[in-house]
Design a binder for this molecule. Structure first.
Ligand code: VER
Length: 219
């Protein structure tokens, strides 16, 4: 199943990398305001995902991928306290695309739990793969002091990201799922990529607005 997931989402991955916000981010163009919206939305996404895995830790399939060392909710809390301030809980809100994403995670956790595997794969394996590059870019782009605002990218309980990914893939392959279920998981992973792209596209609008504001202010 791990190979089918990788092959079956290749095109989505390329599309996600090509959304304007991500392209700018990769070039080191991102402001703190837009970035705090980006991590703010992920706070709600990971909260829903991690709540789902907690509720389903005894589930015969989903329970086999119960790895709290991957969880991002508390790292994102630290980053939001840095970017937004100590009262971030009263100001950070999920965007419309984020609400759709969170609703989907909650719905499948309740009615079709096996599909949660697709969501864990899309986010956590992605985080483990691109995380260190993105951390460097974020630090440089926003001129962040050492150890501030980048907890999202640090997996303190996972010393060897590559080895962990191998273990995770082996565990996915050992779930013993039939082809119909695997196909449904691959389709859900593509939907997860799409929902990520929708989040990024919303931010693109915000980013353009911030740039226009900056230009206007400097005239
Ligand atoms: Fe990707 N990714 N990624 N990625 N990624 C890799 C593997 C991988 C990279 C780099 C890499 C996303 O964006 C990026 C995902 C998921 C996602 C490398 C390996 C960069 C530079 C970017 C740009 C930001 C996004 C947005 C997502 C998901 C929303 C997964 C699931 C995987 C694992 C593929 C596998 O091996 O199965 C260098």
């Amino acid at each position: 199943m791990s190979v089918q997931l990788r092959e079956g989402t290749k095109q989505s991955h390329t599309m996600a990398e090509n959304v304007g916000f991500i392209k700018c981010f990769l070039k080191g163009v991102v402001d703190k305001r837009t970035y705090s919206r980006y991590v703010g939305n992920f706070y709600f996404v990971y909260s829903a995902l991690e709540e789902g895995f907690t509720q389903l830790r005894q589930h015969p399939v989903v329970g086999k991928l119960y790895y709290p060392e991957l969880w991002r909710k508390s790292s994102i809390e630290q980053d939001l306290a840095y970017f937004v301030g100590p009262n971030w809980r009263s100001t950070v809100q999920p965007s419309p695309a984020c609400q759709v994403y969170v609703e989907r995670i909650r719905e499948i956790a309740k009615n079709d739990p096996v599909l949660l595997v697709a969501h864990a794969y899309t986010r956590y394996i992605g985080d483990l793969s691109g995380g260190q590059i993105l951390k460097k870019i974020a630090r440089r782009a926003m001129d962040l002091p050492e150890g501030e605002g980048t907890a999202f990218y640090d997996f303190e309980q996972i010393p060897h990201e590559g080895k962990f990914k191998q273990r995770y893939r082996a565990q996915m392959d050992a779930l013993g799922l039939d082809q119909v279920t695997i196909d449904r998981i691959v389709a859900e992973a593509n939907y997860a990529f799409k929902m990520n792209m929708d989040l990024f596209k919303e931010l693109e609008g915000n980013w353009l607005l911030s740039m226009a504001r900056l230009t206007w202010n400097s005239l």
